[in-house]
Design a protein around this ligand. Structure first.
Ligand code: PLP
Length: 397
């Protein structure tokens, strides 16, 4: 057979972390796996709370319900989401029509364009940003147009810089708060601006709120798009249990919004998969009713942040951003690009990080930054900090 893979695959580009993976393997072979301190991938390493894992998932497993699950999520799950949304944001969602379960938010981010984007449509995407905003748009033949996130704009997109003709061709605009990787939290005023912009140009505003529960006592508390007047008229909210409850392994999330918008996404879902396993929805619903583990999670990340930040400043990072979420976005010393710096941190200190350039579709939007995911415990974070501070990066050229 001489099969040619689709041109879509070409458009995806190579695997950005191949080089890093090789370098990691080398370090492990030379120094052992304990030596490597890995802040690379944003995947929580703390356990899923017992209330989800043991009480709910195990119970559901012992009481099986045969047959396919519901496409839009079991009633109990949608009610748990609505209850949480009301408690957290004081926003009422109708569990019958305004919530649909997803297989984690990556699935929804990737497939939302199937409902709203036609070939040639513009999709407005913050850059740096979560790669499926781009791959999902391209999969529909959409045209990604990037909105750079720069420190001088508090890492908010500059909507005034978007050519009105481009905006008129757009069908979808992504926002992500707290932002991966910049950690910025979108303030209510910016949401108001984005709502007006989307209304003016007839664009669906997709608000990725996967990190909304990860914030620090001293920092801003993230707002949902739906708390803002008009947000529900122009947008959908994308959410996930992955980060809030250490449930990346469970693959449960949801999309919420007015039925007149959500129904189109639901139509995609019914054609794409046959629902999320009830056992996993039971775990997610239980997690949503428990706030204690979320508060503990916030304290844990807060402590790691407190440990790491001073060391990064000592090491010579120019600016260090860690407003919310569980990342640190650190600006490299003047003369060093992010890829070279990450290589150096790995080779000289055994500390793995993600180069900002790999997180940006237009490398210049990330090449001055390195991302740390705060997934290492306090001792390992401290050890990494000491090793980094000893490097004195201000000397690196
Ligand atoms: C901004 C953002 N959105 C969504 C996701 C997807 O999370 P999940 O598919 O585990 O729900 C991630 C994962 O890292 C992310 O960074």
């Amino acid at each position: 057979m001489n099969l040619t893979p689709s041109s879509y695959l070409d458009s995806l580009g190579g695997y950005a972390f191949a080089e890093v993976d090789k370098a990691k393997e080398k370090i492990i072979a030379e120094r052992g796996s304990d030596y490597l301190i890995d802040f690379g991938v944003g995947d929580p390493t703390d356990p899923t709370p017992a209330v989800a894992r043991e009480e709910a998932a195990v119970h559901a497993l012992r009481n099986p319900d045969e047959g396919y699950p519901s496409y839009e999520g079991e009633e109990f799950f949608r009610h748990a989401v609505a209850g949480w949304f009301k408690r957290r944001f004081d926003v009422e969602l109708d569990p019958e029509s305004e919530i649909t379960a997803t297989l984690g938010s990556k699935q929804s981010v990737f497939s939302l364009p199937m409902a709203f984007v036609d070939p040639g449509d513009v999709v407005l995407i913050p850059d740096p940003g979560y790669p499926p905003y781009t791959t999902g748009a391209k999969q529909r033949g959409g045209q990604p147009v990037y909105m750079p996130l720069k420190p001088e704009n508090n890492f908010l997109p500059d909507l005034d810089a978007i050519d009105p003709k481009t905006a008129d061709k757009a069908s979808l605009l992504w926002l992500n708060s707290p932002n991966n990787p910049t950690t910025a939290v979108i303030p209510p005023d910016f949401y108001r601006q984005a709502i007006a912009f989307c209304r003016q140009h007839n664009i669906l505003l997709c608000s990725d709120e996967a990190y909304s529960e990860m914030y620090y006592e001293a920092g801003p508390t993230p707002t949902s798009l739906f708390e803002i007047d008009g947000g529900r008229d122009v947008g959908l909210v994308i959410h996930s249990l992955s980060k809030r409850s250490n449930m990346t392994n469970y693959r449960v999330g949801f999309v919420a919004g007015k039925n007149e918008l959500l129904q189109h996404f639901k139509e995609v879902q019914t054609n794409m998969h046959s629902g999320q396993a009830q056992i996993l929805q039971a775990a997610a619903a239980a997690a949503l009713t428990d706030e204690q583990h979320v508060q503990e999670m916030r304290q844990t990340y807060g402590q790691r942040r407190e440990i790491l930040l001073p060391y990064l400043q000592q090491a010579g990072f120019r600016d260090v951003y860690a407003s919310a979420g569980f990342y640190v976005w650190a600006r490299t010393p003047e003369s060093t690009g992010s890829a070279d710096l990450c290589k150096l941190l790995l080779e000289e200190a055994g500390v793995n990080t993600t180069p900002g350039a790999a997180l940006a579709q237009q490398p210049e939007n990330g090449s001055d930054f390195v991302r740390f995911a705060l997934i290492q415990n306090q001792n390992r974070t401290e050890e990494a900090g000491k090793r980094l501070a000893n490097l004195d990066l201000s000397e690196v050229s």
